[in-house]
Design a protein around this ligand. Structure first.
Ligand SMILES: Cc1cc2nc3c(=O)[nH]c(=O)nc-3n(C[C@H](O)[C@H](O)[C@H](O)COP(=O)(O)OP(=O)(O)OC[C@H]3O[C@@H](n4cnc5c(N)ncnc54)[C@H](O)[C@@H]3O)c2cc1C
Length: 414
């Protein structure tokens, strides 16, 4: 049986980041992951699962040594963020307003995971068990014994970073408060004739928003003479790539999912704003939206991080950014304990992690819910009020420089 300081269940973005962050504190860490992600190749088609990575998440990935690889593969920076319902109330947030070069990057989730895994492979204090999965865990006074499908290991601390349907959370009987938004989100990868863009935008409708996220162009394999000609054609057309997000009632998203790419393209062109321009649908998939919050992030020596602890309406692209903030908080708690000569795995020490994160996660979840309910409210008066608010945020100098920039800095995790 192998003994570890910390075992992380789930090697997704949050689990992999937490394993590296704790190994950097000198801990011996194991990561248990069910699925091996596909390796990266330049010419691969763009994945559907992408995330808007905030500045604060970028800083964490830099600190963990993974960001330069992500950038070298594919990451699309954006400098502007446009939101509106009625055109007259169009509001744009700009990186310059908060003295930054960009507001964030749109990155495929798998590439962040792979870049973190590269660092894990190079780290002598982290062991990766994959494919491997958790079967059971038992806690006693000074350790947790984990039964995996092929091994039995022990740990002083277990991190459940195994996603929204966390098995760790269930095994330690932590309940959740949850509700269903009665909505799904359809992710649609498209080619656009408007070329590479530096803006992400979102228009609100009572049925849910529609959003545009720019993506980096996949690079081609070394070109033969023949394909060089078609490559030049592509450049002439100035093709760009983007991820569209279409939020709507479940039944409508189900109907859209059954359409061919060509039919979906017509629906997108009919329902998205004109600024989208001409597009070609490449790929699509739908995801149900549920808000969940674990009733506790801790059961003795077991902590929950990322989606295992909280899921949020993705309309402001904050889910994994909150998970990365969980990682930073836990890293700080353990680093302080070690620096002060305390026992870092003492249950009271570990409790500081939840104190640092619960309020912030709840605030972001509640802000997203307020936006969701406000913009889906059918009353004409509420509609007028929300558009006047957006108009005021954009046009009144005092509101503009205070509320708008503070909201922007908060969304960037600054
Ligand atoms: C439509 C949509 C759009 C989104 N857009 C954004 C965005 O723009 N920005 C943003 O910040 N967030 C966004 N999110 C949220 C973001 O995708 C999640 O917050 C993020 O993926 C959570 O990461 P995680 O590592 O906590 O969990 P996961 O990504 O779910 O990873 C969990 C890992 O645990 C593994 N696992 C599970 N059970 C076991 C087990 N028993 N044993 C071993 N391994 C196990 C899984 O295989 C997986 O690899 C979006 C979500 C949705 C649905």
């Amino acid at each position: 049986m192998s003994d570890f300081d910390c075992v992380v269940i789930g090697g997704g973005m949050v689990g992999a980041a937490s394993a590296l962050a704790l190994a950097e504190q000198g801990l011996k860490v194991a990561v248990i992951e069910k699925h091996q992600p596909d390796t990266f190749a330049n010419e691969q088609a763009l994945d559907l699962r992408v995330s808007a990575i905030s500045l604060s998440s970028q800083y964490l990935l830099e600190q963990l040594g993974a960001w330069s690889q992500v950038k070298e593969w594919r990451a699309c920076p954006y400098k502007r963020l446009g939101v509106w319902e009625q055109e007259y109330a169009y509001t744009e947030f700009n990186a310059q307003d908060i003295e930054q070069k960009h507001l964030g990057h749109i990155v495929e989730n798998r590439l962040i995971q792979l870049a973190l895994w590269q660092q894990i492979a190079a780290h002598d204090r982290v062991s990766l068990f994959c494919p491997e999965s958790l079967v059971n865990l038992e806690q006693d006074n000074d350790k947790v014994t984990l039964t995996l499908s092929q091994h039995t290991i022990t740990a002083k601390l277990v991190i459940g970073a195994d996603g929204a349907n966390s098995q760790v959370r269930k095994l330690v009987n932590i309940g959740i408060t949850a509700w269903d938004y009665q909505q799904s989100a359809m992710l649609i990868n498209v080619e656009t004739t408007l070329g590479q863009q530096d803006i992400t935008w979102q228009q609100f409708f009572p049925t849910g928003p529609v959003a545009f996220l720019p993506l980096s162009k996949p690079l081609s394999k070394p070109l033969s003479k023949q394909s060089l000609a078609s490559k030049q054609d592509e450049h002439k057309k100035n093709v760009g790539y983007a991820s569209l997000v279409w939020y709507h009632q479940r039944d409508e998203i189900k109907r859209l999912s059954l359409l061919s790419n060509a039919q979906l393209q017509q629906e997108v062109l009919a329902h998205f704003p004109k600024r989208l321009g001409e597009i070609k649908v490449i790929d699509k998939a739908a995801f149900p939206l549920t808000r969940r919050h674990a009733n506790s992030y801790q059961n003795n020596r077991v902590l929950l991080l990322g989606d295992a602890a909280h899921t949020i309406n993705p309309m402001a692209g904050q889910g994994v950014n909150l998970g990365f903030k969980d990682v930073v908080a836990l890293q700080n708690v353990i680093a302080s304990a070690i620096a002060e000569g305390k026992c870092w795995h003492n249950i009271e020490v570990l409790a500081h992690y939840e104190k640092m994160r619960r309020k912030d996660n709840l605030l972001m979840q509640s802000t997203m819910d307020a936006l969701y309910f406000s913009f889906s409210h059918p009353s004409p008066l509420v509609k007028l009020l929300r558009n006047i608010s957006l108009f005021a945020i954009n046009k009144l100098p005092v509101v503009n420089s205070t509320i708008k920039n503070k909201a922007l800095a908060y969304a960037c995790g600054l």
